[in-house]
Write a protein that binds this ligand. Structure first.
Ligand SMILES: Nc1ncnc2c1ncn2[C@@H]1O[C@H](COP(=O)(O)OP(=O)(O)O)[C@@H](O)[C@H]1O
Ligand SMILES: [Ca+2]
Length: 497
């Protein structure tokens, strides 16, 4: 300590010089980090967009997706930016006035035009996929379904986007793309971890799709994917006519057929509707579908009367499944091959809407049956009072729909009370709706590569953290070095003095 004044006297610039060097050193390190961060941060995130119209049997939804322009091939990058519900019925409902099918899409397409940046319009692909409603219309009246598709095509082509076509997708595609969507969003494809099976319930068809390690006995039900470098053997089946609206017609027709009277008012007592529910309906509304055969008196009306009995409803719904005649080692129903269900499942669309409304999503199978039984037995007046804001058509059908869902899952697909908890009722994963549309777009834009794309070894956040850590380490080492170099000089001087 006594030597300090002497040292200072010897070299008065020593300390300021060290401070100056240290400050320069710190500024250098900070600049290095700052440059690294600024240089590597995408200054302005550029997004690309894609539009898919889901033309379902009951309604059409327009989905707008967006993704960072430079990260097309990374899983989880494409997200739903917006979803727009087209007002009115599904496009198959315009079979007698096809022009209105195209017109119905305009409000949602105008919205898409306003929210996607103008300079991206010409490169934004637009796809329309029609599902089971149009499959049925095509069976019933191919010319009408052609006209409806022409009408939607005409309207979609008037927009500044890159129109890629409007077509009826197959049930197999619907199942497969639903599976791709949930697993892409769940990020299970990159990690080759367990995948999520996909259960989709619509108004006119239902799909089941899952990875199965068991022998695939039916080629029609088997798809092989190679995604991100992993092979998947997927089982899928789509049951046309087994969407909930068509099954309602099927089970009503079963109740009507035994009533053979042409004179009296026909009253059809239905255990799947609430006690006190009474509605005049036309036979046409039940028998107008290619799923239902045997219309005897098209002009007549009938009274649809609820009796609200869960057990009887289950028995009535059960009749729409044919359990005889399986030519494979194992079947779901109607002679369709299905291996035992395996792994976790995501159940979406009407599976979710109905189970969520009934508050059954987290219950065990037995609890769900019990709750549903109570709900079905609740008088219609009380149900209406309790849910004044729910559309009456949906409200009247929840007892039936819930019973159908439990029956389809248990008696149809052979889920049991043991693996019931493997079914997760989901609407969205992150911001994006579960459904076939995202998978359809990813496939058509080649955004899911067969092999794993090359990505930087470190994500951006990890890179910055490492840079900062190294900078701090160098700084500390520098300071340490300063100290170490100072000491011997000091002691040497001391010795000389
Ligand atoms: N909030 C809701 N509550 C109950 N059911 C609903 C709700 N929203 C939609 N749905 C039903 O979901 C189903 C959707 O089917 P949709 O996709 O139109 O047909 P598909 O996929 O068979 O072509 C329809 O039965 C529709 O009534
Ligand atoms: Ca659908």
């Amino acid at each position: 300590m006594d030597d300090q004044p002497e040292m200072k006297a010897k070299n008065p610039w020593h300390r300021p010089r060290i401070i100056f060097i240290t400050v320069l050193f710190v500024i250098g390190i900070v600049s290095m980090v700052a440059i690294g961060v600024v240089q590597n941060k995408p200054l302005h995130q550029k997004y690309k967009y894609g539009i898919v119209l889901d033309a379902g049997s009951s309604h059409t939804s327009v989905y707008i997706y967006q993704w960072p322009a430079e990260k097309e091939n990374n899983t989880g990058m494409v997200q739903q930016m917006d979803a727009c519900n087209v007002p009115g019925v599904g496009i198959s409902g315009y079979s007698t006035e096809p022009n209105r099918a195209g017109d119905s899409l305009k409000s949602c397409m105008d919205k898409a035009r306003s929210i996607i940046p103008n300079h991206r319009h010409p490169e934004t692909p637009v796809y329309l996929g029609a599902t089971a409603g149009m499959r049925l219309l095509e069976m019933k009246n191919a010319a009408a379904s052609e006209k409806v598709l022409e009408s939607v095509e005409r309207v979609l082509q008037t927009y500044p986007f890159s129109y890629q076509g409007a077509r009826i997708i197959s049930g197999q595609e619907e199942g497969a793309f639903g599976w791709i969507t949930v697993n892409y969003l769940n990020e299970s494809l990159r990690q080759a971890s367990g995948t999520l099976g996909a259960l989709d319930l619509g108004g006119a068809s239902t799909q089941i799709t899952f990875v199965s390690g068991q022998k695939q006995e039916s080629p029609d039900n088997s798809i092989d994917f190679r995604l991100y470098g992993h092979d998947y053997h997927v089982y899928t089946h789509s049951f046309l006519c087994y969407g909930k609206d068509q099954v309602l017609k099927l089970s009503l027709a079963n109740e009507i057929r035994p009533v053979h009277t042409k004179t009296e008012t026909i009253v059809v007592e239905d255990p799947c509707f609430h006690p006190g529910y009474r509605m005049n309906k036309n036979f046409q509304s039940v028998f107008n579908s290619p799923c239902v055969t045997g219309l005897s008196y098209p002009e007549k009306n009938f009274v649809h009367m609820g009796s609200g009995n869960g057990t009887k409803c289950h028995a009535a719904v059960r009749k729409v499944f044919n359990d005889s005649g399986c030519s494979y080692s194992i079947c779901s129903f109607n002679g369709i091959f299905q291996p035992r269900v395996e792994g976790q499942f995501g159940a979406f669309s009407a599976f979710f809407f109905v189970m969520d409304f009934l508050n059954l999503t987290t219950l065990s199978l037995d609890e769900a049956k019990e709750e549903l039984g109570k709900y079905c037995a609740t008088p219609w007046e009380i149900i209406k009072q309790n849910h004044p804001n729910v559309k009456e058509k949906y409200l009247a059908e929840y007892c039936f729909s819930g019973t159908y869902i439990l029956t389809l899952l248990e008696d149809g697909y052979n889920f049991t009370s043991h693996n019931w908890q493997d079914i997760k009722f989901i609407k969205k994963i992150g911001n994006s709706d579960a459904g076939w549309t995202l998978g359809y777009m990813l496939n058509l834009t080649n955004m899911i590569p067969a092999e794993s794309p090359d990505t930087p070894p470190l994500p951006y956040g990890g890179y910055v953290t490492l840079m900062v850590l190294f900078a701090v380490m160098i700084l500390l080492l520098g300071l340490l070095a300063c100290k170490v170099f100072r000491r011997p000089t000091g002691s040497a001087q001391k010795e000389i003095i």
